[in-house]
Design a binder for this molecule. Structure first.
Ligand code: ZN
Length: 313
C-alpha cells in the first residue's frame, strides 16, 4: 500500500520508539491503486477540481519552503524528493519549528539538558540539509511536544513565505490523525501542517492579514503548490531512486535520535512500497494542492506580446 511508509514514518520520528513495531501489517485499509486522483471523489466537487496529473511527475519548483515540526521529520519523509529537486536547481529552505528538545527517551543521555539537546539537534539538522543539497535552514525555536497552530506561529510562517517567495511549500498533511489502528499522528506534526497551510492561504497572499508584516517590509506572496506528505490521499509520486542514498545519509546525521541504527533497509522498503502504486522502484508520494496553475512558456510569451501590443496601441 502506497502510504505504509508514511504511517511508519510517524511511528519513528518523534521519540519513544519501539523498533520492533515497524512492520506491523495492515496499517492501511484504503486502496490508492487507481488512475484517478483521490480528489475526484471530494465532497465539494465544484471547488476540488482535479488538476493533478497523477501519471506525470510534477515540474521542479524554483524555490521550496519545507516546513516541519521537528529535526528529522524532513529526512524521514521527503528527503529523496528534496535532494532530487536540489540537484535539478531548486533553491530549498528548510524550516524547523521546534528544535526537537523533547528528543527521544531511548537515545537521550540522562545528563543531557533540553538546551543542550536542542543545540545538538540543530547541528544535526543543518548537516542533514547539507547532505541533501539544501541551501538554508531556519529554526523558529518553538517548544517541542506542545506545539499549537497559533496565530503567532502562522504569522512567523507567513513572514518566511513572504521573505523567500517560494513557488512550492512542503509540509505534513494536517488532516492525518489516525494511521491504521496502532499509531496516532504526533500532535506537533498536525499543528505544524495546519499552521503551514493556513500561512500559505490566505495569510501569505493577503496584504491586510498580519498588516504588521507590511510594516516590516514583507509584501504579499502567492504560493503555487503545496506538497503534503504523510497524506492518506496521495495523488503525486516522485521517483527517488537516484537520491534514496542521499536520504539515508541525511537521516544518519540525526544520530541523537536513531543512535547507531542503519535506516537503509527501512528507507528502501518504504520507498519501494510507495513506488508500487505507479510502478516506480523507489518513490515518495504527496497530496498536491495546486493553488495557481503554472502557465506554459508559450502562453507566457503570448501574454507578454499581447501586453506589448496593447501598450503600443
Ligand atoms: Zn516529528
Amino acid at each position: 500500500m502506497g502510504q505504509q511508509w508514511g504511517i511508519e514514518i510517524f511511528k519513528i520520528i518523534c521519540a519513544e520508539n519501539n523498533f520492533e513495531n515497524f512492520n506491523t501489517p495492515g496499517f492501511f485499509m484504503s486502496d490508492n491503486n487507481n488512475d484517478k486522483t483521490q480528489l475526484a471523489d471530494s465532497a465539494i466537487p465544484e471547488r476540488a477540481v482535479t488538476k493533478v496529473d497523477s501519471q506525470q511527475e510534477p515540474s521542479i519548483p524554483k524555490c521550496v519552503l519545507c516546513i516541519n515540526a521537528h529535526p528529522d521529520d524532513q529526512e524521514f519523509t521527503v528527503g529523496g524528493a528534496l535532494a532530487k529537486w536540489a540537484q535539478q536547481g531548486a533553491y530549498i529552505v528548510t524550516v524547523v519549528i521546534t528544535s526537537g528538545d523533547a528528543g527521544s527517551n531511548e537515545h537521550t543521555p540522562a545528563e543531557m539538558t533540553k538546551t543542550q539537546l536542542a543545540a545538538l539537534r540543530e547541528v544535526e539538522q543543518r548537516n542533514a540539509c547539507a547532505v541533501l543539497g539544501i541551501q538554508e535552514t531556519v529554526f523558529l525555536h518553538y517548544p517541542d511536544g506542545t506545539l499549537q497552530p497559533t496565530l503567532d506561529l502562522r504569522r512567523d510562517l507567513t513572514r518566511l513565505i513572504r521573505k523567500y517567495k517560494p513557488d512550492a511549500v512542503v509540509c505534513g498533511d494536517p488532516t492525518a490523525r489516525f494511521f491504521g489502528n496502532s499509531y496516532m499522528n504526533h500532535p506537533d506534526h498536525r499543528a505544524a501542517g495546519d499552521a503551514a497551510c493556513d500561512a500559505v492561504f490566505p495569510s501569505a497572499g493577503t496584504k491586510f492579514i498580519f498588516p504588521e508584516l507590511l510594516a516590516e517590509g514583507y509584501m504579499p506572496h502567492n504560493v503555487s503548490r503545496v506538497f503534503l506528505h504523510g497524506s492518506e490521499k496521495s495523488d503525486v509520486w516522485i521517483d527517488v531512486s537516484e537520491t534514496l542514498e542521499l536520504k539515508v545519509r541525511a537521516l544518519k546525521e540525526h544520530a541523537s535520535q536513531i543512535g547507531a541504527w542503519d535506516p537503509t533497509e527501512m528507507m528502501q522498503e518504504w520507498a519501494r512500497d510507495e513506488g508500487k502504486a505507479r510502478g516506480i522502484a523507489f518513490a515518495e508520494s504527496f497530496r498536491v494542492m495546486i493553488l495557481q496553475e503554472e502557465k506554459p512558456e508559450q502562453e507566457k510569451e503570448r501574454e507578454a506580446k499581447h501586453e506589448f501590443a496593447e501598450a503600443v496601441l
